[in-house]
Ligand binder design. Sequence first.
Ligand code: CP
Length: 328
Amino acid sequence: MIATPPSASLQLTDDGKLKHFLSVEHCSRSLLEDILNTAAGFVEVGDRSIKKVPLLRGKTVVNLFFEASTRTRTTFELAAKRLSADVLNIDIAKSATSKGESLMDMLWNLEAMSSDMFVVRHSDSGAPSFIAEHVTPNVAVINAGDGRHAHPTQAMLDMYTIRHYKQRFEGLKVAIVGDVLHSRVARSQIHALNILGAEEVRVIGPRTLIPVDIDALGVSVYSDLSQGLKDVDVVIALRLQKERMDSALLPSESEFFRLYGLNNDRLRPAKPDAIIMHPGPINRGVEIASEVADGERAVILHQVTFGIAVRMAVMSMCIAGQDAGGMA
Ligand code: CP
């Protein structure tokens, strides 16, 4: 599997429209704004008694989740159904890959059933791009999270949430707290915030959980929580990715919570109207206290709701890009 970021030409048509959505990197500000504006038009579909629009009627979307997921898988499924697509959820554990079938053989079989879109989560960085390079033209691929590399639709639903509450990106200071090292979400958020014009993106965490070359992404690095949170407008807590972690990186979860866990007292340096976000799943008492997760400034469940509209936007834009020719 490749582990380098996908090239712009792999996910964009000649005239700059989406045909796959693999990474936020290389996207223009206007394309990201198009995603947010398209999503804004879909939010009210969720408030209707019949939550459907016909944009993807007759299209077949296949969810391929090689890693566990609650939010991303279900909101992609709901998004596809609200767009009137037919949806297949492949149970990887019960698929023929368990009998030795290769990933590409499985995909070619699914293509033979006239699938129009694959939504892919995989533990290998680069897996969705690899698939996008090898699928039949006119089949769209959306990255639903790959290894430590990227989680572009999560980043875009986070951008939607920030814009909803703060109305802009200019002048905003955003702090991302915790296990940045293992976080595909943080990487995609940093790219998106910089492209959309946030004033400052800070990462806060123990040195062992911050990538050494993170400054190259245009962020300020803090190991002191109180200094890092000073005057920020948005605080994003990250889950400790225990499944990806070498145990030597942290003394213990309780030590992490003592130094970096968000509680009301430790959030005092942030602006009083700062919003508190988390991509989920949350670990209460590890990266966030219940008083914050359930508090007035938390917008964590709103992120999930907005995620449906953002995924509807990305799916409909990719299908439109593919239908328009999808030429690289
Ligand atoms: N935020 C996120 O990707 O959650 P899931 O792992 O539940 O999809």
